[in-house]
Ligand binder design. Structure first.
Ligand SMILES: Cc1ncc(COP(=O)(O)O)c(C=O)c1O
Length: 415
C-alpha cells in the first residue's frame, strides 16, 4: 500500500528544527533556493579563510616546509578519518584521494584479484555511467575473461548472484531516482555466495548515516563534492575493509602507497595498510578545502540529519503532489523513506527547459537525461519554507508555460 505522508506545518518545522543554526555556516546567495547540494554542495564559510591561509602562508611563505610543518603529507589520512565517522568505518580504513572513478578502478581491481576463478561483475543498468565504464575498462584490462552483467531492476539482483559472480558493484542511492538499496541485506546475500561487494556512496555520504562496518561491506567509494561540501572536483574517498587491506596490491602503485616513499627505493613495497590505496602527490588545495569542509560535521548529529532529510523530501512530495497529475509530473522517487536517499525526482516532458526556467527564478535543481528533474535536500542549509516555496515556483513555471521560451531550450555542456 502507498505510504501516506502526514501534512507538515512548515513554520513549526522550521522553528523546531534542531539543525537550523548550521545554515549560517554556509555561503548562500540571496534569492536562491538551492536544491542541488546533491550535485555540488554549498561553500562552508570557513573554507574560504582556510584555503586563503594555505595559499598565502603555507605555500607563499613556508613553501616546501609546509609538507611537514602544516602536515600536508597526511591530509589524505586525516580527511579519510573524518569521513570514516560518517559512513560507519573504523579509523585507518578510509583515505581521501583522486576521483570516485579512479578509486573504483583501484578497489574493483583489488576485488577481482581477491576473488579469482569467477568471471562476472554484477551491477545495474541504471547505475551511474562512470561506474559501468570503469568496470568495462577493468574487465578488459585486468580480468581478461571477466564480463559486466547488468540487472534491469533492483528486484532482479539477488537472483543473479550465482557461483560465477566475483563482485557485486552497486550505488547505494540511485543518482536519478533516489532509490536506496538495502546495504546490509544485499551484502549478506552476496557474501553467502562468496561474492565481494563494492558500494558507491556518492549520494549517501553526508546525506544519511550509513554503517559500512555493520554491513560488513568489502569496499566503498564516494565523492567529496556533493553532501560533504568539499568543493568542485573535491578529492574523493575510498574504504577498504581491514580484512582486505594487506591482501592485494592495487594496480595504481604510485609512491604515496609505498611503505617508505622517501627511501626512494627503485622497487615497490606496498604500505600494507589503507595507504597503499594512495597513488601520487595529493592535491593540497583541494584537500585543505575538503578537510575544512569536514570540520562542519564535527558538531552534526546524523540522526537529526536523516530525520530532517526525510521530512524535507516529504514536504516537497506533498506540495508538488497537489498539482503533479495536472502537469504530467511522475514521481520516480520512492514515497517510502526507507527506500530512498535525500532527493526527490520527477519524470516529465520538457524537463530540461522546465529546470532552466526554475533556475532563472532562483530555484536551482538539475536535469538528468532522458527526462528527470532532480531536487536535492540538504538538511544542514535548507529550510522547510524554502522547500514549500520551491514547489510553488515550480507550479507557476508549469502553469504559465514559462519553460516554453526559446532561451530555456538550449542545452549547456553540464545539465
Ligand atoms: C553515483 C556516482 N558515482 C560516480 C560519480 C562521478 O565520479 P567522479 O567524481 O569520478 O566524476 C557520480 C557523479 O555524480 C555519481 O553520482
Amino acid at each position: 500500500m502507498e505510504r501516506t505522508i502526514a501534512k507538515i506545518d512548515v513554520r513549526q518545522a522550521d522553528q523546531t528544527d534542531p539543525l537550523r543554526a548550521f545554515r549560517d555556516r554556509f555561503e548562500l546567495p540571496e534569492g536562491v533556493i538551492y536544491l542541488d547540494g546533491n550535485s555540488l554542495g554549498a561553500l562552508p564559510k570557513t573554507v574560504k579563510q582556510r584555503v586563503a591561509r594555505t595559499i598565502s602562508q603555507e605555500w607563499g611563505e613556508q613553501l616546501i616546509r609546509s609538507w611537514n610543518a602544516a602536515d600536508w603529507v597526511h591530509l589524505p589520512q586525516r580527511v579519510g578519518n573524518k569521513i570514516a565517522r560518517l559512513i560507519g568505518a573504523q579509523e585507518a580504513t578510509v583515505v581521501a584521494a583522486d576521483s570516485t572513478s579512479i578509486n573504483l578502478f583501484k578497489v574493483l581491481s583489488a576485488a577481482l584479484q581477491l576473488n579469482p576463478g569467477r568471471s562476472k561483475i554484477i551491477s545495474e543498468g541504471d547505475n551511474f555511467p562512470t561506474d559501468l565504464y570503469i568496470a568495462e575498462g577493468v574487465a578488459k584490462q585486468i580480468g581478461k575473461d571477466h564480463q559486466l552483467v547488468l540487472a534491469d531492476t533492483a528486484a532482479d539482483i539477488c537472483a543473479m548472484l550465482d557461483e560465477d559472480v566475483a563482485v557485486l558493484m552497486l550505488t547505494h542511492v540511485n543518482y536519478r531516482t533516489g532509490y536506496r538499496h538495502d546495504m546490509k541485506a544485499l551484502t549478506k546475500a552476496a557474501h553467502d555466495r562468496g561474492i565481494l561487494v563494492i558500494w558507491d556512496l556518492c549520494h549517501t555520504a553526508g546525506a544519511m548515516q550509513v554503517d559500512l562496518a555493520g554491513a560488513n561491506a568489502d569496499f566503498a567509494i564516494g565523492c567529496g563534492y556533493k553532501y560533504l561540501n568539499g568543493g568542485p572536483g573535491a578529492p574523493a574517498f575510498l574504504y577498504v575493509n581491514p580484512r582486505h587491506q594487506g591482501g592485494f596490491r592495487q594496480p595504481l602503485s604510485g609512491w604515496f602507497g609505498h611503505r617508505a616513499p622517501f627511501d626512494f627505493d627503485p622497487s615497490y613495497a606496498p604500505s600494507g595498510s589503507i595507504e597503499q590505496y594512495l597513488c601520487g602527490t595529493p592535491p593540497v588545495l583541494g584537500m585543505v578545502a575538503m578537510d575544512e569542509a569536514m570540520s562542519v560535521w564535527d558538531d552534526v548529529d546524523m540522526t537529526a540529519v536523516r530525520a530532517k532529510s526525510v521530512a524535507l523530501c516529504d514536504c516537497f512530495i506533498q506540495n508538488v503532489g497537489a498539482y503533479a497529475d495536472q502537469f504530467n509530473l511522475t514521481l520516480v522517487t520512492p514515497r517510502d523513506a526507507d527506500r530512498r536517499g535525500s532527493q526527490v525526482s520527477y519524470s516529465c516532458d520538457n524537463g530540461y527547459a522546465i529546470m532552466q526556467a526554475l533556475i532563472a527564478r532562483g530555484v536551482i535543481g538539475d536535469f538528468r537525461a532522458p527526462d528527470i528533474i532532480r531536487f536535492g535536500m540538504t538538511p544542514l542549509y535548507l529550510s522547510f519554507a524554502e522547500v514549500e516555496g520551491a514547489a510553488a515556483i515550480l507550479k507557476d513555471v508549469l502553469a504559465t508555460r514559462a519553460w516554453d521560451a526559446a532561451e530555456y531550450q538550449v542545452r549547456g555542456a553540464v545539465t
